[in-house]
Ligand binder design. Structure first.
Ligand code: SAM
Length: 347
C-alpha cells in the first residue's frame, strides 16, 4: 500500500493528494509521522513568516444567535446563557485597547443575526476611520450576497466562516434541518468572489467525524483555496446535545495544522483558543506545528464568560492587557514574537 512519510513528502512536493491517499494518512499515521509533518510545516512557516506571529484581536461582540448547532454553547435553545450585545462604542473601545497593544487586525465575531448588517457596516466604517492602518475581519455566519457586499464596501477585509465539515451527511448530524452545507459552501464561494480574504475550517473530532470526512475536508480546502483556515478541537459544552461526546484529539489537531501548511504553504493559520483550552501549551505547539496566527480576546472581561462555545474556555476571567502580556511571554518561550502589521495574505 502506501507509506505515510512518503505521502507527506508527496504532499509537500505536489501540494495535493488523492482522497484514498488522505484516508490512508488519517487511518495509519503514527506519532512519529505527525512529528515528521510538524517539522516540515514549521520549516515552511519559518521560511515564509520568519519567527513572527500575526496577532488578531477578537471582539466577541454578541452571543445572541438564531441558529441551533448541536455542538455550540451559545445555540439558540440554550436557556442558561445570559445574552449580551456590545454597543458600537463598546466595540470601538475594545479596538482602541487592541491598537495600543500593537494589534493591526480586529476580528468581530458573534452569533448569527445578532446585529443588523447595516449596524455592523457602520461599526466597520468607524473602526476603519479610527484605525485606517488596520484590517477588519468579520465572522458573523451565513448572509446573503448583498449583505457581504455591503460589508465589503464598508471596509471589511476578511471573513471567517468555517465550513465545519465538507460531507453532507456529517453536516446533517451536526446541524438542524434548516441549515445546509450547500448554502454554507456557497457563502464561502461568494466571499471569495467579492474579494474577501476568506477563512474556512473545521472542528477536529466533531461527533461522527471519520477519516473519510477529514479527507473530504482536505479536498474541499484544496479546491476553495481559502486565505485562512480555522482548525481547533471539538470541545463539549454541558448545555448542548453533544454534552457527553468525547473531545477532539489534541495531536490530530496539531497534525491537521501541519497538513494544511504543507498543502497551502501561504495560508494564514491560527493556533486557536480551543487548542489552548484542550492543553495549556496547545497554542505554542500549534505554532511549532506550522500555525502563524494567534487571536487574543479583546472582549470586555465582564461578558467573556457568556461567550462560552465549549466548557472551560481559557482567558474568560482575564483582562485584555493580561492576555496581551501572557501571549508575548508564551511566544518568547518558543523563540517567536508578535508582528505589528495587518498581516495580509500573500501568495
Ligand atoms: N456564527 C458564526 C459562524 O457560525 O460562523 C461565528 C460564531 S461560531 C460560535 C464560531 C465557531 O465556533 C464555529 O465555526 C465553530 O467551529 C466553533 N465552535 C462552536 N462550538 C464549538 C465547540 N463546542 N467546540 C469547538 N469549537 C466550537
Amino acid at each position: 500500500m502506501y507509506d505515510v512519510k512518503e505521502l507527506l513528502d508527496k504532499l509537500e512536493r505536489e501540494k495535493s493528494l488523492s482522497k484514498e491517499e488522505w484516508i490512508y494518512i488519517f487511518d495509519n499515521y503514527t506519532e512519529d509521522d505527525r512529528k515528521y509533518a510538524a517539522e516540515k510545516a514549521r520549516k515552511i512557516s519559518l521560511a515564509k513568516f520568519s519567527n513572527k506571529v500575526y496577532i488578531r484581536g477578537i471582539v466577541e461582540f454578541s452571543n445572541v444567535c438564531v441558529n441551533d448547532c448541536y455542538y455550540c454553547g451559545i445555540r439558540r435553545s440554550n436557556k442558561n446563557v445570559e445574552r449580551y450585545t456590545l454597543s458600537k462604542e463598546e466595540i470601538l473601545e475594545c479596538c482602541k485597547y487592541g491598537y495600543e497593544y500593537g494589534y493591526r487586525t480586529f476580528v468581530l465575531q458573534s452569533g448569527e443575526k445578532a446585529k443588523s448588517v447595516k449596524e455592523v457596516a457602520e461599526i466597520v466604517k468607524a473602526i476603519k476611520k479610527q484605525h485606517p492602518d488596520c484590517a477588519v475581519t468579520l465572522s458573523l455566519g451565513e448572509l446573503e450576497e448583498e449583505d457581504y457586499r455591503l460589508l465589503k464596501e464598508a471596509g471589511a477585509d476578511r471573513y471567517l466562516l468555517r465550513h465545519e465539515t465538507a460531507n453532507e451527511e456529517h453536516y446533517k448530524k451536526l446541524h438542524p434541518e434548516n441549515m445546509s452545507l450547500e448554502h454554507r459552501k456557497n457563502c464561502l464561494r461568494t466571499l471569495k468572489k467579492l474579494g474577501y480574504q476568506t477563512g474556512a475550517g473545521i472542528m477536529v473530532g466533531s461527533p461522527f467525524q471519520t477519516s473519510t470526512h477529514l479527507a473530504e475536508d482536505m479536498l474541499f480546502l484544496k479546491e476553495l483555496r481559502p486565505e485562512m483556515i480555522g482548525i481547533g478541537p471539538f470541545l463539549p459544552h454541558k448545555d448542548t446535545p453533544f454534552k457527553d461526546e468525547p473531545k477532539g484529539s489534541y495531536t490530530l489537531t496539531l497534525f491537521l495544522l501541519s497538513l494544511c501548511r504543507l498543502m497551502l504553504p501561504s495560508v494564514l493559520l491560527p493556533a486557536t483558543t480551543a487548542l489552548g483550552t484542550i492543553t495549556p501549551r496547545g497554542r505554542e505547539e500549534g505554532i511549532l506545528s506550522g500555525a502563524n496566527v494567534i487571536m487574543p480576546n479583546l472582549s470586555p472581561t465582564d461578558v467573556r464568560k457568556q461567550y462560552m462555545l465549549y466548557d472551560n474556555k481559557i482567558c474568560v476571567n482575564d483582562a485584555s492587557a493580561h492576555c496581551n502580556d501572557c501571549l508575548k511571554l508564551r511566544l518568547s518561550s518558543i523563540g517567536y514574537e508578535t508582528e505589528i502589521s495587518r498581516g495580509d495574505y500573500h501568495d
